[in-house]
Design a protein around this ligand. Structure first.
Ligand code: SF4
Length: 746
């Protein structure tokens, strides 16, 4: 199986079944009223409802799936009792049935082979494919140790494989959702207020009087109940302040849009704290009781006036003062939102710490309209023997980042490239549920690592680009065809939600729990998989908390009583989960570890002449690259556009809908082209595009070649020295009006 050079293979027609199934007969939005009537207004209709929770994104809204007499999935609807969705799926979630119907899905296991010197895939049976992976796992374990086999994962399939890996003896595990997304906010909030933010965020948007969004795109980033709560907050007269170089949907709903110069957010945050402290807009008794290091903070921000920040951020001093006063007037019912995708400039943990400190100053932690205390059900794990203790794992690989609390995907990738100083060599990967090549920046590094490792297996539902680099491809069935772990997300009200098969797995696909169990048994790990079906696991767990599979099938979602208070009482003796037990405005721990004890604004590189900062964000209709080919969602949004300020368009002579290409600061050209959108909604020093497009595998028939991949243009990262997050917003592009192969540059 070892290849001297792992060539990319386009999943060939070998894997394509003969039947091109029609996409859902139901459009994701337009026909819902007809169906509502059909389902709710006509009880004689023989539609069966089955409980599930959505996996189009990871908000995990509980839903009902409706099937007709032929077992065809007709429609998905939100579960009315679920606090993640309140009975309404977002347009992406409604289009989830397209994942099931997508005729481009992976259909059968594939094994890399060579025909006349050319690498290709051949169809394989599950037995062959699983035997091969298990033999590789045994081989790596005996030659190098189980630790040298890494798991790179995302979502539900990842958690099943994580159990397998831990049982096998490897904790060399990472997911891009940490160091390429949310990690820095967890570090910043943990150091300042105690706990991680986690998902869903415990932001009490429903009852807030003032919501501050810093580069957070609620409304485009369709996290369902959060969007619904923001809409309610607007109706209730809450003040919305949005800081963004782009007039996002949220910014357009805001009383204050602060069109900040990118990479200067820390200056704004420090200046806001200056105003609140200098004007004594904080609650003195509160800070005295719960704050640590306030005196140092006061001294730190003494000279960081709005006039100082104006020169850095381009936001006018009066607007900085006015917005700081609005926050203070609403306190403690105010939220300075931590954001979600927060890996920007490499000082992201410190920026998030500044956000946490500002919330601390406003007293919003544990307060109605600020941040509530989340709670989840105490759900026991299905019994299994203790995992063996690996000699090394993600922790040792990421040890130069003292605040890393999960695997750093890019560090695991680097550890896969042989080098003299590589203490922890990784020799093989399983990649589950993440299109690594379009998720992690620095494509060249990933290609080098994939060339070096001895074996790669990919578990996915779709022929994403990453599958082309695999030695074995395993087709996972979609969330509508499988059991998964019970959803037990912490929120205001603890609740459990069930995911069960709505339909039989299509083609020759299988669920990840089954794949993990099959591999586990081949590796002699039977004791870790003491069940026939994942239904047995769920059944046992539900019985431990006083419910049953039957009840959950009936309800879909079950709520439980809270055991702890939702908010802090005024003046109560509350201990924050920090070193000092207080809100840490000054961190002795950071100082002792050689880091700034309080956030400091530092200048970041600016775009060179003729270049613009590349900013990207979510399309409301898509989740990363994983939904771009979904027939229902692709019909709503099939490509991205390049947002360009009219001033820039004038200078470069660009017209609306003109086709252009991009070249980044390292001379990397975009593979495909993109159309221009001329709009005042983006600053003149930046360009913007939706993430996830520019797919480069022809077997994604709807997504291939449409638009540009932002990830492909990101070759430079600024690494967060605290936790290893990869800051992605320091990449600059110039706009080319001709195909870059001809190299005619404007
Ligand atoms: S927010 Fe939308 S896509 Fe995400 S889980 Fe909920 S319904 Fe699905």
């Amino acid at each position: 199986m070892k290849t001297s050079r792992r060539q990319f293979i386009k999943i060939s027609s070998l894997g394509v079944g003969g039947v091109a199934l029609a996409s859902s007969a139901i459009g994701p939005v337009s026909s819902s009223s007809f169906l509502d009537e059909l389902i709710e207004g006509n009880p004689s209709t023989n539609l069966k409802q089955t409980a599930t929770y959505c996996e189009v994104c990871f908000w995990k809204c509980a839903a009902w799936a409706y099937t007709n007499e032929d077992g065809k999935i007709i429609k998905l609807k939100g579960n009315k009792t679920d606090t993640h969705c309140h009975g309404r799926l977002c347009p992406r979630g409604t289009g989830g049935v397209g994942m099931y119907n997508d005729e481009d899905r992976l259909k059968t296991p594939l094994i890399r082979t060579s025909v006349n010197g050319k690498q290709t895939f051949r169809k394989a049976t599950w037995e062959e494919a699983l035997d091969l992976i298990a033999s590789k796992m045994k081989d790596v374990k005996s030659k190098y140790g189980a630790e040298s086999f890494a798991l790179l994962k995302h979502g539900s399939p990842g958690s099943h494989l994580e159990h397998l890996f831990k049982a096998y003896g490897s904790d060399t595990i990472a997911e891009p959702a940490y160091a390429q997304c949310r990690g820095p906010r967890e570090t910043g909030f943990e150091l300042t207020l105690g706990p991680w933010i986690g998902s869903p965020e415990p932001t009490d948007i429903r009852d807030t009087k003032c919501l501050v969004l810093i580069g957070s795109h609620i409304g485009e980033n369709m996290h369902n109940s959060q969007v619904q709560e923001m809409s309610d907050a607007i109706d209730n007269g809450a003040t919305i302040i949005t800081v963004d170089p782009r007039l996002s949907t949220a910014a357009s709903k805001s009383q204050h849009w602060l069109a900040i110069k990118p990479a200067t957010d820390i200056a704004l945050l420090l200046s806001w704290m200056h105003v609140i402290i200098e004007e004594k807009l904080y609650d003195e008794a509160y800070i005295k009781k719960y704050g640590y290091g306030f005196k140092e903070l006061k001294e730190h921000v003494k000279d960081l006036t709005p006039e100082w920040a104006y020169g850095i951020t381009t936001i006018k001093p009066e607007q900085i003062r006015e917005t700081a006063r609005l926050m203070a007037a609403a306190a403690p019912s105010v939220i300075v939102h931590p954001g979600r995708h927060v890996v920007w400039y490499g000082d992201d943990s410190q920026r998030e710490r500044a956000i946490a400190m500002l919330n601390g100053l406003l007293g919003s932690w544990g307060k109605r309209g600020g941040f509530y205390f989340k709670e989840k059900v105490s759900l026991p794990k299905f019994p299994h023997p203790a995992y063996p203790k690996p000699k090394w794992g993600w922790e040792e690989i990421g040890k130069k980042y003292p605040y890393a609390e999960m695997g750093i995907t890019s560090e695991l990738i680097k550890s896969s490239i042989p080098g003299e100083d590589n203490e922890h060599p990784i020799k093989a990967w399983i990649i589950a549920g993440t299109n690594l090549i379009n998720t992690v920046p620095q494509r060249e590094m990933i290609l080098k690592a994939m060339d070096a490792v001895e074996f790669i297996a990919v578990v996915d539902t779709m022929p994403m680009e990453i599958t082309g680099y695999a030695d074995v491809v395993l087709p996972e069935c979609t969330y509508l065809e499988r059991y998964d772990g019970i959803r037990n997300a912490p929120k205001r009200v603890p609740s459990l939600a069930l995911r069960q098969p709505v339909a039989k797995p299509k083609y020759n696909s299988n669920p990840a729990w089954w794949i993990s169990k099959q591999l586990g048994e081949r590796l002699g790990l039977h004791d870790y998989f003491q069940y026939n079906d994942f239904e047995d696991v769920i059944k046992w767990q539900l019985e431990q908390v006083g419910t049953s599979l039957e009840e959950m099938k009936r309800l879909g979602v079950k709520k439980f009583e809270r055991k702890t208070p939702l908010y802090m009482e005024d003046g109560e003796d509350f201990e924050f989960a920090t070193n000092s037990g207080k809100i840490e405005f000054f961190s002795n721990e950071l100082a002792a570890n050689g880091f700034d004890p309080m956030p400091v604004y530092k200048q970041h590189p600016e775009p060179p002449q003729g270049f613009y900062r590349l900013i990207y964000g979510r399309s409301p209709m898509h989740t990363f690259s994983r939904t771009i080919n979904n027939p229902n969602l692709n019909a709503l949004k099939d490509t991205n556009k390049l947002w360009v300020n009219p001033k820039v368009a004038r200078i470069l002579g660009l017209k609306k809908d003109q086709t252009v290409w991009l070249e980044n600061q390292d001379g990397i050209d975009s593979v495909f082209s993109i159309k221009v959108r001329v709009t005042e909604r983006i600053r003149f020093d930046s360009v913007y595009m939706y993430h996830g497009f520019g797919q480069n595998n022809k077997k994604l028939t709807r997504a291939y070649g449409k638009g540009i991949s932002d990830t492909h243009m990101i070759s430079k990262v600024a690494v967060d020295p605290l936790m290893g997050g990869t800051g992605l917003r320091g990449n600059f592009v110039k706009i080319l009006t001709e195909d870059p192969h001809k190299k005619s540059i404007i």
